[in-house]
Design a protein around this ligand. Structure first.
Ligand code: NAD
Length: 436
């Protein structure tokens, strides 16, 4: 199959690379000239484990190329996957901003040649694929095409594995030819018995939001239980473990922490709430999850402040981890973006480290944070050390060494990575989430 991907971001680049690894010929198009230049030179514009070597392999084997212009890729393609961003609209009303998507549709429409399948890979509200079809028909009434929805479920940090070994592939189609093309593209996964769920286009579009919102609900639920543990003197670790061992509940996404963030859950929950409100049904459980998440971040700020004696002014705070989760450099909606500015505003002095996210973080966090080369440097002279993101390299810190570097021995573990007892034995005051 000849496949063109529009948008070479986290999803588009991984999708294009994995399709080429399946044996298809792929062109990834992005209007970001710098991004395409880097990709053509073999430099990855994002950090994603395993991506660089897979891109190199498929470029070397001449199945994968990158371009800024759709002129070659669009007429050439059997299928075009649109994987541009769909962030929350700037108005703050929760609507998904579909302008990148519609712009892409307008750009590809006049270039279509022969029958082409146009697939939305981006996460989009119900009805968007049909809107794309309308745009294409209006711009190029002669175009021969079908539309389809193929939402993506990969997780940043494990994107290649998730794409190559997904729990399921969802295809939303309304013609046999569209279904046949998508099944052909995903044949390598079908051959290893990965389920392909075929649905109508509207259902496929909604599946993605329903799945993400459910996971967000799970996180907010356990965070609410963590707050309850703190007030009632119970322990969230034991509670979550016992809950998760129930096969009907499952242990994943039951980790108390500073609240969910990232490029998907915050915007997708809001978009689902908006969609439900507009349809007249509402989505009260998801609304509650979003409210609890905002409150959780505020609770973390209070927790830090209280641990520092009620006032962080003049205090030196070391921060380990800035990205919304480990193994990515993505800072979109990371909890650190809410928590650290609040501490800075009250006069805290912050030294921070992140294994891959510092370049991105320095562009998104306010000035005044000092970025350090090693985790131990952030501990120097600190009144508190906060574990914000659970990168593996923070899982076995040398606390005897840290003890000698810090001014006050306060460890605030927002990911519950460490055992309170172990830290207390070295002389630290330990503050976790949901641990009394
Ligand atoms: N990031 C994730 O973990 C993830 C997972 C599943 C689904 N999704 C969804 O996938 C979509 C893409 O997300 P992402 O994180 O990859 O976004 P991203 O911001 O990393 O990438 C989007 C890319 O599209 C490019 N672009 C925008 N308009 C274009 C145009 N007209 N022509 C060519 N390129 C264009 C941008 O330059 C950018 O490089 C979103 O809808 C998102 O919700 C994301």
């Amino acid at each position: 199959m000849k496949i063109t991907i529009i948008g070479a971001g986290y999803v588009g680049l991984v999708t294009g690379t994995c399709f080429s690894e399946f044996g298809h010929e792929v062109i990834c198009i992005d209007k970001d000239i710098q991004r395409i230049k880097e990709l053509q030179e073999g430099t990855m514009p994002i950090y994603e484990p395993g991506l660089e070597s897979l891109v190199k392999k498929n470029v070397d084997e001449q199945r994968l190329t990158f371009d800024t212009s759709p002129n070659k890729g669009v007429p050439w393609a059997d299928a075009i996957f649109i994987a541009v961003g769909t962030p929350s609209s700037r108005r703050g009303d929760g609507y998904a901003n579909l302008s990148f998507l519609y712009e892409a549709a307008e750009e590809i429409a006049p270039l279509l040649s022969g029958y082409t399948l146009i697939v939305t890979k981006s996460t989009v509200p119900v009805g968007t694929a049909r809107q794309i079809a309308r745009i294409i028909k209006e711009t190029n009434p002669e175009a021969e095409f079908d539309i389809a929805s193929n939402p993506e479920f990969l997780r940043e940090g494990a994107a290649i594995t998730d794409f190559m070994k997904p729990d399921r592939v969802v295809i939303g189609v309304e013609s046999d030819s569209a279904a046949d093309i998508l099944k052909e593209i995903y044949k390598p996964l079908y051959l290893i018995d990965k389920p392909i769920v075929q649905a109508d286009i509207e259902t496929a579009e909604l599946i993605k939001y329903a799945a993400n919102a459910f996971l967000a609900v799970k996180i907010s639920y356990i965070n609410e239980m963590a707050a309850l543990c703190e007030t009632l003197g119970a322990d969230i670790i034991k509670l979550a473990k016992a809950m998760g061992l129930d096969g009907r509940i499952g242990g994943k996404f039951l980790h108390a922490g500073p609240g969910y963030g990232g490029s998907c859950f915050p915007k997708d929950t809001l978009a689902l709430i908006r969609m439900a409100q507009e349809s007249g049904t509402g989505a009260r459980i998801v609304e509650a999850a979003a409210e609890v998440n905002a409150a959780q971040k505020a609770r973390m700020i209070k927790k830090i402040r209280d641990s520092l004696g009620g006032n962080e002014a003049g205090k030196v705070i070391g921060v380990l981890g800035l990205t919304f989760k480990p193994e990515t450099d993505d800072m979109r909606d990371a909890p650190s973006l809410t928590i650290l500015p609040a501490l800075l505003e009250k006069g805290a002095k912050i030294n921070a480290h992140d294994p891959k996210g510092m370049a991105e973080a320095s562009q998104n966090l306010p000035a005044g944070i000092t970025y350090k080369e090693t985790p131990y440097e952030v501990c120097e002279g600190a009144d508190a050390l906060i574990l914000m993101t659970e990168w593996n390299q923070y899982r076995a810190l040398d606390f005897v060494r840290i003890k000698a570097l810090m001014k006050e021995l306060l460890f605030i573990d927002l990911r519950n990575v460490y055992e309170p007892k172990a830290l207390e034995e070295v002389g630290f005051r330990y503050v976790g989430v949901g641990r009394s």
